[in-house]
Design a protein around this ligand. Structure first.
Ligand code: FES
Length: 116
């Protein structure tokens, strides 16, 4: 038996009839809150993100943490190194598959598809 507060994710998995937990607060925040925001689409959702900021970082500040699924086990994967080495941040951007989002600056009108 585990002591302390139950993990809300485990609680939901153990008791499927319980309401889904609210999205966990993100650990990331913008360092330049006055930067220019540009519109783009992420999984069909219209967002405004800071222009020029690495796309992976901008999505992390909005609570996105699963960018694609692993090949063998279909486990969610998200940015790890944030410097273009690990390939854990790949997504489809403007129809181009397997784009490293940590090396891609946010631009107006981008269409991003996660989970591919
Ligand atoms: S986070 Fe590692 S390559 Fe993008």
């Amino acid at each position: 038996m585990l002591a302390g507060r139950p993990n809300p994710r485990l609680t939901c998995a153990l008791y499927p009839s319980s309401p889904a937990p609210a999205a966990p607060p993100t650990r990331f925040r913008r360092l330049d809150p006055d930067g220019r925001l540009v519109p783009l689409t992420v999984d069909g959702q219209a967002l405004e993100l800071p222009e020029g900021m690495p796309l992976a970082a901008a999505l992390l500040t909005h609570g996105f943490d699963a960018f694609h699924r692993s090949v063998r086990r279909a486990e969610p994967r998200g940015p790890w190194c944030l410097m273009g080495t690990c390939l854990q941040c790949i997504a489809t951007v403007d129809g181009r598959p397997q784009v490293r989002t940590c090396r891609t600056p946010v631009a107006a009108g981008m269409v991003v598809t996660l989970g591919s």
